[in-house]
Design a protein around this ligand. Structure first.
Ligand code: ADP
Ligand code: MG
Length: 350
């Protein structure tokens, strides 16, 4: 986590742009049958035959989207790839390729970029996507990282944010809120470290939360799980900004309302403990914390029997007519209008 002053440092200028690209992309292999030409020419060539192609891009700026004080570069690379893969999964498509573009200042040695690429390559292996190109350039300050993910799907399988009807059920994979509290723990430890660098943090009670923050996973399994259950979601989105803002997106685009039930929110026990420790309401965290990369989707009421009791999925609410609005139904059975604050807004509140 903390920079080791004795690590070898090879200056980027030793390699030059082309040398660096060659160094970073050596031994990248392609495995997807749709990749005709990967790295090495002016453009990559892909062939998806009768499939539809899904494309998604994210741009990450040091100091805005990540903090290298507690984000190891390997984790950053892994996470940057995963969040893009997650967007492809949220379209109910299969991720197949990524491109990677980086801008770095000469404050970074070659070894730092090696670490970043170790993470990206690891993610590519785990999710079975080919790294097929990118761009490499310099920045005056800090690191900028952009990843584009490409995926394939049959036209009928693709799920959009629009498509939910007012009788659909609202379903979530996994649990939520943990990535946000993981960030809170890491930020607290960073401050402790700044005051006393000899303090070795004991993070045992927070391992799940920190892992959710530093090493999130995309739900690539969900497409197959739903297919096996013979369920086609009517709308879908991934939880990157926070449950409440994702619900608002589905509702707005589909022209429906929603009742979300507080007592149905899937929370990890570690999250509940840490929320108590931080004296912060776990429902607020679950609804407004982001970066969980779970999938949120709607299904037809007729599909209820196929999904009920399935450990992969939690039914957390149901859609309503648009005129009824979007509400959280609390444990005390009162209805509170849901606001789309997202995790950035949550941060500003503190
Ligand atoms: P051009 O000048 O046409 O943009 P480059 O010299 O930038 O070509 O890139 C050469 C090849 O290396 C291309 O296939 C490009 O996609 C790939 N490439 C460049 N930078 C990266 C990177 N950071 N990661 C992966 N591939 C890269
Ligand atoms: Mg280029």
């Amino acid at each position: 986590m903390i920079e080791d002053k004795n690590q070898p440092r090879t200056s980027l200028s030793n390699l030059g742009e082309f040398g660096l690209i060659e160094h970073l992309t050596q031994n990248i292999e392609i495995a997807q049958p749709t990749t005709i030409k990967g790295i090495g020419d002016d453009g990559a060539v892909l062939d998806f035959k009768e499939k539809k192609v899904v494309v998604s891009t994210d741009l990450l700026i040091e100091g805005v989207h990540f903090d290298l004080a507690y984000m190891p570069l390997k984790h950053l690379g892994y996470k940057a790839a995963v969040v893009n893969v997650s967007d492809i999964c949220a379209m109910n498509a299969k991720p197949t390729q990524i491109t990677v573009s980086i801008a770095v200042s000469n404050r970074f040695p070659v070894e730092a970029l090696d670490e970043l690429y170790d993470g990206i390559k690891h993610a590519a292996r785990v999710y079975g996507v080919d790294i097929i190109g990118g761009d490499t350039t310099s920045s005056q300050k800090g690191m900028i990282l952009s990843i584009t993910a490409i995926g394939e799907a049959d036209e009928d399988d693709i799920t959009y944010r629009v498509g939910a009807t007012d009788t659909d059920l609202l379903v979530l994979t996994g649990d939520i809120g943990s990535a946000y509290m993981g960030l809170q723990v890491l930020e607290r430890e960073k401050q402790v470290f700044q005051v006393n660098p000899d303090n070795q943090p004991d993070l045992d009670a927070y391992t799940y939360l920190i892992e959710r923050q530093l090493k999130p996973e995309a739900r690539m399994d969900v497409k197959e799980l739903l297919k096996a259950l013979e369920i086609k979601p009517t709308s879908m989105i991934d939880v990157s900004d926070g449950l409440s803002s994702e619900i608002m997106h589905l509702c707005k685009q589909s022209g429906v309302g929603c009742n979300l039930y507080e007592d149905k929110l899937p929370l990890d026990p570690q999250l509940i403990n840490v929320c108590e420790e931080f004296n912060i309401d776990s429902t607020t965290v679950a609804i407004n914390g982001g970066e969980d990369y779970e999938l949120l989707f709607t299904i037809r009421m007729d599909d209820y029997d196929k999904i009920k009791g399935n450990p992969n999925f939690t039914i957390i609410g149901h859609m309503t007519q648009e005129s009824e609005g979007i509400h959280l139904v609390t444990r005390a059975n009162t209805k509170i209008p849901l606001k789309a604050r997202g995790w950035n807004a949550l941060k500003e509140e503190e």
